[in-house]
Design a protein. Sequence first.
Length: 530
Amino acid sequence: MTIGAEFVVVGAGSAGAAVAGRLAERGADVLLLEAGADWRSEEAPPDLRIPPPDVFAWKVGGRVPPGFLDHGIRVRRWPDGEAEPYVRGRGLGGTSAINGLVVIRPPLEEFDEWAAAGCRGWSAADVLPFFARLEDDLEYGDEPFHGRGGPTPIVRREHEAWGAGDHLLADAALASGHAWEPDHNRPGAFGVSRTALNIRLGVRWTTNDGYLEPHRYRGNLRILGDAHVDRVLVTDGAATGVVVRRGGEEVGIEAGTVVLAAGAASSPAILQRSGVGPAVLLRGLGIPVAADLPVGVGMQDHLGLWISLLVDGGSPARNGARGNVTLRYSSGLADFGSGDILMVAANPLAEEPGEAAIGVKLGQVHSRGSLEIVAADPDAPADISIGLLSDARDRLLARRAVRDAIALFSGARGEAGHRVRSIRDRAGRELSPAMTDDELDSLLREVARDTSHLSSGARMGDPASATTVVDPRGRVLGIEGLVVADLSICPWVPRANTHLTAIMIGERIADLLVPPATPIEGSTAWGSTA
């Protein structure tokens, strides 16, 4: 062993940066390891800072600066599908450096469902103070359920900046009976709203900017970039450090506590390489079993698709943004909770003034997949599947969501004079309210995709449950000194874009590891999960 720290945090993305920053703020000795580059805010390439024009495309185009995209992750989206590239960020800030900038909370009542499922200390009352603490909401920061001055800026675009897609979605939603909701992140809020975005002074703001840069001057926060973590070292049921590959060499690092926050595509793989996972899988790969746990079992992602609207009088947004409006509502279908359908607007591009688009997303899914490493070698990509639409309940909700969208925009006319002439899929085929279930299923298989919201490969819950990997404090069952703090621990994929939830998890786990001098107001969890 050559170096070490009280806390070794693996991964500097949305959750990992929050964990490392908060622990350093409280005086803990922290070593942050990141597989990608260590970069400073003033060094950020312009193409990283400028919000992408395709901000709601759930993918990143060719403008991603070299080094900020992880090219090693592939996912099988369909049960019988081939592995395809999957979008994840790389370097400090992780996916917060390349995502669509949307910052929307899940419906808060969903966290009461987490608590009922065995995640004690993660109820709505417990997590709301952490959502508030992470925020710098420029408009609603003084409200009791929001925050001002936190590391994550939140802004919303005003009506004057909207384009044709924004107006069509807002006007059609209001005409169909959905409520206008000024603030989607307000508890109990559903309806059509201005989209909340993670932007400061007109440019992207990452978790590197918010959580790491302010603490770099502290001697107790060390950051090591280009550090690819192979495995956690486990001795006699306790994590003692990690093995890192860097510059062609293997380096051992000692740790009092190892915090895995490498992201939902990487943390489960690191656990499995460390001997923590399904015993049958590990033995088949010649890996000694440290803990027989369902790591990688039950992976999830949202399903989404784009619908094209051919419009008269279509215009881009004045602020250049692709979309500024979101609709969130509840289907009311059995086995689904509140806010299970979302739609987002996409304005015409300047070069295509007659075409807007609507993104339709299932906020809640029941389909699950898996993650399994195929070798002990960390350079071998894991086999990841998410099983889109493999659960019949998701097929029901997906058909409902597409039919809702078709009905919403058939003949729709916006107040700015925009009129929908045709509704088509992204391949240019006309969509009709009369489409059969079989036709919709065929459409979905061809054009639907994931939304880059991978989660749930190391699920949190009651330690007595067969699906549980970590307890409600993030501690891996049976392994002392090993904690997971990213979207892997979600019992299911949250019913919203996942960036805010990932940060909240990092904030929450940091407080469970080293409580602040003044405990956060409103949380009832202290001591309840010891």
